[in-house]
Design a protein around this ligand. Structure first.
Ligand code: AMP
Length: 400
């Protein structure tokens, strides 16, 4: 069975074609500047096939983008399948499933309506995700599609973890609560970690998904009991450009002082904050680290703030779970930043965390980086959200 995995944004669309027999990635790529001047990238992973790198392709809407993907996949010279019939189903990454979706589901009218109903909770992403579904329906009529939600894995949180201490009516009437994101990644790496631990009867795992966007989750026996992101993906630890948790009073103060409207204020918190806002250098951790090494004090502060908040949340989650058996680092910074991992874990010795400096030199893969005498096992596990989406899609389509 071959599954096309789609992650549709407002002006971009990432795709992967995965052969589920052996879970082999056949091709991947990206449509950028949809609705602007369309750039198309295609990377086949089959011997002898040529890639296409950011070429101009007219993509006024997501439908032309999907068509460009299909044309490339079935191209007689450089395609990886002979016809569209070989693609059995499509799996979509959907940002917000509200409290309604606790697992992935087949795309049908009810599912589309429910995703639409979650637009107020995910105003930037859900409309784009729906455009991806509509484009596939248009270009591949009748092909089964599955929706996989970033929020679903977190729906096992207990009320004390997901409720905000504001008037209860906002929860009851308006669905204001913690939802959490990166759920597909947390689900993937926590399951891999349980495997690496030898499938114990009881496990308490803290997953640190640290990339451009970052979130932590606490997982007991494979189920999420808390996570750092909230109603939206702005909450939690500081990120590339997002502020993470702040005191809401800051908004009142700055909006009053500078006359910002809420849109301007949110733009500052989403796009101009985090390690970019603190360092003034970049949102990219590699740039910030280079600047810090050259003596840039604000770059140093940005990194220290990030490490401090991640470390603090690890401590909080150990308290929430009554202990911790394993910590997992994943995503761009978590998988590649040995320095960053070491800096985060410095000071966690009291919890029984002891990193082995030699083991910690690894990048990606699935690697133990804690010392043999560390009470808590620490792993680097490369995340694979697309594979998780493809697996869910396969399971749902096979059960039809
Ligand atoms: P992601 O959003 O998961 O793609 O992660 C992107 C982030 O990973 C960027 O901030 C990159 O700077 C960071 N990253 C990639 N490679 C490294 C590295 N070797 N060391 C530290 N951060 C890295």
């Amino acid at each position: 069975m071959k599954i096309l995995v789609i992650n549709a944004g407002s002006s971009s669309l990432k795709y992967q074609l995965i052969d589920m027999d052996g879970e082999v990635l056949l091709a991947k790529g990206l449509c950028e500047r949809i609705g602007i001047d369309g750039k198309f990238t295609y990377k086949p992973l089959v011997e002898g096939k040529q890639k296409i790198d950011a070429v101009d392709v007219a993509m006024p809407t997501h439908a032309e983008a999907i068509q460009a993907v299909l044309d490339a996949l079935v191209d007689p010279a450089n395609g990886v399948v002979t016809s569209m019939d070989e693609i059995d189903a499509v799996g979509h990454r959907i940002l917000h499933g509200g409290a309604k979706f606790t697992e992935s589901c087949l795309v049908n009218d009810a599912c589309i309506e429910a995703i639409r109903a979650c637009i107020p909770l995910g105003p930037l992403h859900n409309p784009a995700n729906l455009m991806g579904i509509e484009a596939c329906t248009k270009c591949m009529p009748g092909k089964p599609q599955v929706a996989v939600f970033d929020t679903a894995f977190h729906m096992t949180m207990p009320p004390e973890a997901y409720i905000y201490a504001i008037p209860y009516e906002y929860y009851e009437r308006d669905d204001v609560r913690r939802y959490g994101f990166h759920g597909t990644s947390h689900r993937y790496v926590s399951a891999r970690c349980i495997d690496l631990l030898g499938n114990p009867a009881h496990s308490r795992i803290i997953c640190c998904h640290l990339g451009n966007g970052s979130s932590l989750s606490a997982c007991v026996d494979g189920k999420c009991v808390d996570t750092t992101m909230g109603l939206g993906p702005l909450a939690g630890v500081p990120m590339g450009t997002r502020c993470g948790d702040i005191d809401a009073t800051i908004m009142e103060y700055l909006m009053g002082k500078y006359g910002y409207d809420i849109k301007t204020m949110m733009n500052i918190l989403n796009k101009k904050s985090g390690v970019l806002g603190l360092s003034g250098v970049s949102s990219d951790f590699r740039d910030i680290e280079a600047a810090a090494q050259e003596g840039n004090k604000r770059a140093r502060l940005a990194l220290d703030k990030f490490y401090y908040e991640v470390r603090k949340d690890i401590g909080a989650y150990a308290a929430a779970m009554g202990g911790v058996d394993a910590i997992v680092f994943t995503a761009g910074v978590g998988e590649n930043g040995g320095h960053d991992r070491a800096a985060i874990c410095k000071g966690l010795e009291f919890l029984g965390v002891k990193i082995d400096p030699e083991r910690n030199k690894v990048r990606g893969g699935e690697n133990l980086i804690s010392a043999d005498d560390s009470a808590v096992k620490v792993f680097v596990i490369a995340t694979n959200e697309e594979l998780m989406i493809a697996r869910d899609t396969k399971a749902i389509v096979e059960a039809l």
